[in-house]
Design a protein around this ligand. Structure first.
Ligand SMILES: [Zn+2]
Length: 70
């Protein structure tokens, strides 16, 4: 009987596309967690292009970066 230890070492990180504002969620090891505002270059599924995504540790921060908190 092994309990799933999903959140023990892993946490979610949110990556915001600066162009279309789409927020992607990725899993990151907690020990490798980057600070909010870190830039990660990755594929945007909406733009269908590689973009310089802004990383946020929490959904709220991600929405702020995306400009959706009106
Ligand atoms: Zn995009």
């Amino acid at each position: 009987m092994s309990r799933r230890s999903v959140s023990r070492f892993w946490t979610a990180a949110y990556l915001i596309c600066p162009v279309c504002r789409y927020i992607s969620v990725i899993q990151r090891r907690k020990c490798k967690l980057k600070k909010s505002g870190h830039i990660k270059t990755m594929w945007c599924p909406v733009c269908q292009e590689v973009r310089q995504h802004i990383e946020a540790k929490e959904w709220e921060i991600a929405e702020r970066y995306a400009g959706n908190d009106r």
